[in-house]
Every structure is written in structure tokens, then in C-alpha cells.
Ligand binder design. Structure first.
Ligand SMILES: O=P(O)(O)OC[C@H]1O[C@H](OP(=O)(O)OP(=O)(O)O)[C@H](O)[C@@H]1O
Ligand SMILES: [Mg+2]
Length: 179
């Protein structure tokens, strides 16, 4: 698995520091609000489990499974809900937890959806931001680390369902996804 990685972009230690910073900021901004953190499966799973343990206050969690990449390295542009929430978002302060904002299409879709469902507020916490990938106006409120315009994997992020279990963020060798 490690042979497919061109270079390590962010080490485990760098990720840990970024996650701790995000957890502190959320605690400060949401005192007494009992926010609902919504992890977007599957990519956000690793980040979500670390993030919630870095928020030293009451939070609730739920998950939604949406997909737009399938087995490709380029977004299909069509966001599909594979599993919806169990919790009602009406009147709640929502924090969408994402592994990466790339084209921004997934978040654009989700923000509109939660606003339609009458959430009190909707913010975004993303571990990674890839600004050069953007095709929409979306910006995350809480950002861990910035990544260049390369396909990155690890710490939850996949290529064709692989590499999610790498403990660091790495750049995939282009020959792995180009034919
Ligand atoms: O900003 P965007 O271009 O929309 O890309 C970001 C989204 O794409 C990935 O999900 P994917 O659809 O690959 O599903 P997965 O989380 O199950 O891997 C990633 O986890 C984000 O949810
Ligand atoms: Mg994916």
C-alpha cells in the first residue's frame, strides 16, 4: 500500500495538532449550544472520531452517507444520498464534518439541504481544503490544513475505496489512477 504513495503531505503528528486546534475552536464558539456534528461518510469517519474527542463539551453526532466520486479521481458532479440522518436538524446548530472540500459540490448540496430542513445554523468543519479544486462558492468555517491540487489519500480519504486506513495524508502516485 505504502508503495503507491508519492510523498507524505501531512504526518500523524501534524494532523493531531490541526484536529486539536479545531476542537478548541468549536468548544469556544458553541458554548451551551449542544451542536449536532454530522459526519459525511465514508471519508470523514477517521477525522470525525478524532475531532469529537478533541471538543471538551457536549456535542451530539449523526452520520449521512453521500457519494459523488464513486471509484473515480474526478467528481461525477452528481451527489447521491446513500444514507440519510436519523436526527431531525430543525432548529439545531449543525456542524458538517468533512474530510476534504475539493470542488465544493458535496457541501453546496448539503448546506442547501440542511437549510431547507430548517436548521438554526449550518457551519462546516473540514480537515482539508483544496482551494484550486473549487467549482462552487463554498468555503469551510473551520479548516485544518490546505492541500495542493493533487489527489490525496489517507486518514479516511480513498481512491477506489483503498488507502482510507493510512494514518497520514499522502499524495497518490498519478500512475495509480491514470491509465
Ligand atoms: O468537494 P467535492 O468535490 O464534492 O469532494 C469532497 C467529497 O468527496 C469525497 O467523498 P466521496 O464522494 O468520494 O465519497 P466517500 O467519502 O465515501 O469517499 C470526500 O469525502 C468529500 O465528501
Ligand atoms: Mg471517496
Amino acid at each position: 500500500m505504502q508503495d503507491d504513495i508519492l510523498s507524505v503531505l501531512y504526518s500523524e503528528a501534524e494532523i493531531k495538532t490541526a484536529v486539536a486546534r479545531l476542537g478548541k475552536a468549536i468548544k469556544q464558539d458553541y458554548q451551551g449550544k449542544n451542536p449536532l456534528l454530522i459526519g459525511i461518510l465514508k471519508g470523514a469517519i477517521v477525522f470525525m472520531t478524532d475531532l469529537i474527542r478533541s471538543v471538551d463539551d457536549f456535542v451530539e453526532i449523526d452520520f449521512m452517507d453521500v457519494s459523488s466520486y464513486g471509484d473515480a479521481a474526478v467528481s461525477s458532479g452528481e451527489v447521491k444520498i446513500l444514507k440519510d440522518l436519523d436526527t431531525s436538524v430543525a432548529g439545531r446548530d449543525i456542524i458538517i464534518v468533512e474530510d476534504i472540500v475539493d470542488s465544493g459540490r458535496t457541501l453546496d448540496y448539503l448546506i442547501k439541504l440542511f437549510q431547507t430542513r430548517a436548521a438554526n445554523s449550518v457551519k462546516i468543519c473540514a480537515l482539508l481544503d483544496k482551494p484550486e479544486g473549487r467549482q462552487t462558492e463554498v468555503t469551510a468555517d473551520y479548516i485544518g490544513l490546505r492541500v495542493p491540487n493533487e489527489f490525496v489519500v489517507g486518514y479516511g480519504l480513498d481512491y477506489a475505496e483503498k488507502y482510507r486506513n493510512l494514518p497520514y495524508i499522502g499524495i497518490l502516485k498519478p500512475e495509480v489512477y491514470e491509465d
